[in-house]
Design a protein around this ligand. Structure first.
Ligand code: FES
Length: 142
């Protein structure tokens, strides 16, 4: 399968909740754009700022983290730390000239397949609205 040029969306999904939510969305045959790539992580707290920056550098147009609801993280506060990290990075992205809307944090449980599909559609629509990631354009021009 060849990768689409645009839009490309990456979701870091916690294995305990959102990854199962993605499975449920599939089992329910809910529609969401096929351009979404999902990476399972043990907890959103495990996702480092460098992972997100690397995803943007590699050309993903929007990136999201999807973890357990607050109070449900298997590692207690991983999702809270991830949310803080995402909010800080959004400000840094803006300072770097990138739209902060290219990054978002969501909370989706294993029983929320429809919500997971909605998150995917939202990040896809954001990518379409924002246009191609300028970091990718610069990398291709170099
Ligand atoms: Fe799911 Fe931490 S275990 S976000």
């Amino acid at each position: 399968m060849t990768e689409p040029e645009f839009p490309r969306v990456l979701g870091f999904c916690c294995r305990w909740c959102s990854y199962a939510g993605a499975d449920l969305a599939g089992a329910m045959r809910l529609q969401y754009p096929p351009e979404i790539r999902i990476m399972m992580v043990p907890c959103t707290g495990r996702v480092d700022i460098l992972h997100i920056l690397r995803a943007l550098e590699l050309g993903f147009d929007t990136v999201f983290l999807s973890g357990c609801h607050e109070g449900d993280c298997h590692y207690l506060a991983g999702n809270i730390k991830a949310k803080k990290r995402v909010n800080k990075l959004k400000k840094d992205l803006e300072a770097m000239g990138l739209e902060p809307e290219r990054l978002e944090m969501f909370h989706v449980s294993s029983g929320e397949g429809p919500k997971f599909a909605e998150v995917c559609r939202e990040m896809y629509e954001r990518a379409v609205k924002l246009g191609p990631n300028p970091v990718k354009r610069k990398a291709q021009a170099a």
